[in-house]
Design a binder for this molecule. Structure first.
Ligand code: LMR
Length: 344
């Protein structure tokens, strides 16, 4: 008994020491492991709902980025102006409070007024022309113009062609616009477009547009079928005119210092993810827009007007002054590149 006790004590001491060492070892290992696996967080903020082309492609990017980096990157997607609205998102990206944003290109007018090419009435005849223009040197030049703002354009994602809605009357001829007031996204080109039709306009952030239409701050707005449908404007608007007069497309923008500071293998995986998400956005855009068109048409809430070629020609003529006024701002080269994209 006398002899056994010190042995037991010695053994238990050894055990305690061993456990302590094992404990220490585990702690050290898990601490360094924790450090190693702490993911890079990318916040991706946008203003539309998750069931839009942009919303879906943002989620696709998240899925691919997390998969291709084996979880070393975690993408947090914030839709519906949850984190930042139109007014704040650019500054938030520049200052690094958010790493990726995807504004409609016309909202970049404050950085480069040439982005308003997208608002020139009837510039593109169809989606194919738009996609060709996305791949052009002219678009590369626009993307590069963001560099000096600590921003980098990564990709362009489509949404679709804009249609007019309002709650006063069917819009069949340019004269029908007289005296109405429309919400615009940004910039002087859209203001001039409505002025050419005898209408007024006000720039209102996307997240505040439903309330502005509901309260009668404005009578109408212009947007894609899918944005109209997912924002439920049919609840507060009575008439829709299918005009396809302008575009809503997005520049996917990252904070440049953040992006260039990433390790090369991570950046490569993210670039690949962005390329795949862009393909997905292109696939989804028209499908979702056509689906929304059918929803709106068959929903029984909006009166639809499909313009005849002659009626469309009257709008083209009425809006021509916008080109004369803004050719020097947007530049002839850029306009010619867009026209060329629609020619073959
Ligand atoms: C708008 O403000 O109407 C659009 O740019 C919203 C969007 O992101 O599609």
């Amino acid at each position: 008994m006398f002899k056994k006790k010190p042995l037991a004590v010695a053994l238990s001491s050894v055990l305690v020491l061993a456990l302590a060492l094992v404990g220490c070892g585990t702690k050290t290992a898990s601490t360094s492991e924790e450090k190693e696996v702490k993911p890079i967080i990318i916040k991706f903020s946008h203003v539309v709902t998750p069931d839009t082309p942009k919303g879906k492609a943002a989620l696709k990017f998240k899925e691919l980025a997390e998969q291709k980096t084996n979880g070393r990157v975690k993408v947090e997607v914030y839709p519906s102006s949850q984190l930042y609205g139109d007014k704040e998102e650019l500054e938030a990206c520049q200052s690094g409070n958010v790493q990726i944003i995807a504004p409609s290109v016309t909202k970049l007018v404050g950085l480069n007024p040439k982005f308003q090419y997208t608002d020139l009435p009837f510039l593109f005849p169809n989606n194919e022309a738009v996609y060709k223009f996305f791949a052009s040197d002219a678009m590369k030049g626009l993307m590069n113009s963001l560099d000096k703002y600590n921003l980098q354009g990564l990709a362009v994602w489509p949404n679709g062609f804009k249609q007019f809605t309002n709650n006063k009357r069917p819009l069949i001829t340019p004269d029908d616009f007289k005296g109405l007031k429309f919400r615009t996204q940004a910039g002087k080109v859209l203001e001039a477009q409505f002025k050419a039709l005898g209408a007024g306009s006000a720039t209102i952030p996307f997240g505040e547009t439903y309330a502005a239409l509901q309260q009668g701050t404005v009578d109408g707005q212009e947007n894609t079928f899918n944005n109209i449908d997912t924002q439920k404007y049919q609840e507060i608007q009575k008439y829709l005119t299918v005009s396809n007069h302008g575009r809503i497309d997005y520049m996917i923008i990252v904070n440049k210092s953040f992006w260039s500071g990433l390790e090369p293998d991570i950046r490569k995986a993210l670039d690949e993810s962005m390329a795949e998400a862009t393909k997905f956005a292109v696939e989804q855009a028209d499908i979702l827009d056509q689906k929304s068109k059918e929803n709106l048409k068959n929903g029984g809430k909006l009166q639809f007007t499909e313009l005849t070629p002659d009626q469309l020609a009257a709008f083209q003529k009425a809006m021509q002054p916008v080109y004369d006024e803004f050719e020097s701002v947007i530049s002839k080269e850029l306009i010619d590149a867009a026209i060329k994209a629609g020619q073959n």
